[in-house]
Structure formats: structure tokens, C-alpha cells
Design a protein around this ligand. Structure first.
Ligand code: HEM
Ligand code: HEM
Length: 226
């Protein structure tokens, strides 16, 4: 069973993840208004490209935007989660071995101690984000079932991976649960809010280009008259 899960099932779930994310990105671009958006961004490249890069860059830095600064506790929780969420799936030794075996891609591996720290930080971040969703009066109004589902879907591979890593009993069971929940995560990510792994970059780039060309851009001798 483990061989099937780490063999064909792994390849299938990774393919669904990659193709699904690419489709979401293409849909995003096709959803833009061709005249007001696609043509404007392509025509004013001198403004659109720097605008996109600044907007993405600022959101990737803790405290880089007003949005992060006005909610420092939430920002800490999100960054605690994301350092591990981005680095562990790609650079954990157990994962790089699989990627090399199936795809021939050889990535550097994180030192085990650092991987453990990142994993603990991610689990802490997820719990804090959950507590915030539960306690904040504003979020209590906005929470949907999908919000909770996405938190649990992300929590499971982290928790089961860490339990396997601790190796305090039932290693095979934790590992089986880890691979199952990891593959579930990969297959469902493109169909949920987790598509933000790609769409974050698309929407930040779009807003950055918009502000550089149209809105704030106007005060700098704007390309458009409005
Ligand atoms: C470079 C890639 C990524 C970027 C730039 C990114 C960015 C973000 C941003 C901006 C938020 C929303 C913060 C807010 O609501 O104000 C968020 C939320 C979240 N992200 Fe990511 N993310 C990335 C990758 C990932 C990955 C790989 C995972 C999972 C392994 C993940 C899991 C989550 C979760 C669970 C939430 C919280 C959703 C909630 O509010 O309940 N992200 N991310
Ligand atoms: C898709 C199939 C996956 C496979 C076959 C797999 C395989 C592995 C292996 C072999 C380990 C090492 C366990 C040990 O130390 O003995 C591991 C650990 C781990 N994996 Fe995965 N994994 C998968 C998906 C994921 C995903 C999607 C995530 C997160 C979004 C994830 C997060 C983790 C974490 C947090 C650990 C423990 C890190 C630590 O060493 O502290 N895995 N995984």
C-alpha cells in the first residue's frame, strides 16, 4: 500500500496540484478586462512591471504593508505558518528524495533541526490562526465552512508528518496517515482557497500594476487621465 501511495498516487496528486494551479492562473488572466487591464498592463510595461514587483515584495516582508502593520499579532501567526508551509514541502529531506526519485529534480535539503523548528512554528501559526477565527467578532461573522476545512486540510500533513518524525510509536501508521493527508492536500489545493499559493502572486501583481498605471500613477504624471 505504501509503495502505491508513494509511487503512482504521489505522481497523480502532484500532477493534479501543478496542472490545477496552472489552470487557476490562466483563468485569472482570462478573467481580466482586455481593454482596461490586459492591454493597459502590456502597453505601460515601464510602470506595470515595477508596480507588480513592489506590491508582491512588500506583502512578502513581515510589516512591509499597512495591512500587516495594523494587525501585528495576526501577521506573526501568518508568517509563523508560512515559513514552514513554503519551505518544508519543497526542501524537507524526506520530500527531496521523493522529488528526485520521481521527477529527477534535485533540491537542497533543510537541516533536520531547522525543519523541526519550522514545523513547530507552522503548527503554532495554524493554531493561532484558528483561535483568531474563533474569537474575533469580525471573523465570527465571516467564517465559512471552507475556512475551517482549509485550516484542517493544512494542519493534518503538518501534524502527522511531525508525529512520524518524532517516532514515539506507531511510526508506520503516522507515516501512512501523513502520505494520505499530504496527497489529499495536493489534490484539493487548486479547488480551494489554497489556490492562493499561485493566485496571491497574480492578484498582488494586478493590483500593483493598476496602482502604478491608473490610480496612484496619475499623481506621478499618470498614463491614464483618470
Ligand atoms: C509563497 C506562497 C504563499 C504566499 C505568498 C501566501 C500568502 C498568504 C496570505 C497573504 C494569506 C492571507 C492572510 C490574510 O488573510 O490576511 C495566506 C493565508 C493562508 N495560507 Fe498562504 N501563502 C503561500 C503559500 C501557502 C502554502 C504553501 C500553504 C500551505 C501549506 C498556505 C496556507 C495558508 C493558510 C492555511 C492560510 C490561512 C487561511 C485562513 O485565514 O484561515 N499558504 N497565505
Ligand atoms: C504528498 C506526499 C508526501 C509524502 C510521500 C511525504 C513524505 C514525508 C516523509 C518521508 C517525511 C519524513 C518523516 C520522518 O522523518 O521519518 C515527511 C515529513 C514531513 N512532511 Fe511530508 N510528505 C508528503 C506531503 C507533505 C505535505 C503536502 C506537507 C505539508 C503541506 C508535508 C509536511 C511534512 C512535515 C511538516 C513533516 C515533518 C517535518 C519534520 O521533520 O519536523 N508533507 N513527509
Amino acid at each position: 500500500m505504501m509503495q502505491t501511495l508513494t509511487g503512482p498516487c504521489f505522481v497523480i496528486s502532484l500532477t493534479v496540484f501543478v496542472v490545477g494551479m496552472l489552470v487557476r492562473a490562466v483563468w485569472y488572466v482570462r478573467g481580466l478586462d482586455w481593454r482596461l487591464e490586459r492591454v493597459a498592463y502590456a502597453y505601460h510595461k515601464d510602470r506595470s512591471i515595477p508596480g507588480a514587483l513592489v506590491s508582491i515584495g512588500k506583502w512578502l516582508v513581515p510589516g512591509g504593508t499597512q495591512g500587516w502593520r495594523t494587525q501585528p499579532v495576526a501577521a506573526i501567526a501568518f508568517f509563523l505558518l508560512h515559513f514552514g508551509a513554503v519551505l518544508i514541502p519543497l526542501f524537507l529531506l524526506g520530500h527531496t528524495v521523493l522529488l528526485e526519485h520521481h521527477l529527477g529534480i534535485s533540491l537542497p535539503a533543510l537541516p533536520q533541526g531547522l525543519a523541526d523548528l519550522l514545523c513547530i512554528a507552522s503548527i503554532t501559526g495554524l493554531i493561532l490562526i484558528g483561535v483568531r477565527r474563533f474569537t474575533s467578532p469580525v471573523l465570527q461573522q465571516l467564517n465559512t465552512r471552507q475556512d475551517w476545512f482549509v485550516l484542517v486540510l493544512t494542519f493534518l500533513p503538518f501534524f502527522t508528518g511531525f508525529m512520524a518524525r518524532l517516532d514515539i510509536g506507531a511510526y508506520d501508521t503516522w507515516m501512512l496517515l501523513h502520505v494520505l493527508t499530504g496527497e489529499l492536500f495536493l489534490v484539493l489545493a487548486p479547488f480551494t482557497k489554497l489556490a492562493h499559493i499561485v493566485l496571491f502572486f497574480m492578484s498582488r501583481a494586478q493590483l500593483g500594476m493598476d496602482f502604478a498605471i491608473k490610480r496612484g500613477g496619475d499623481s506621478r504624471g499618470g498614463a491614464y487621465p483618470w
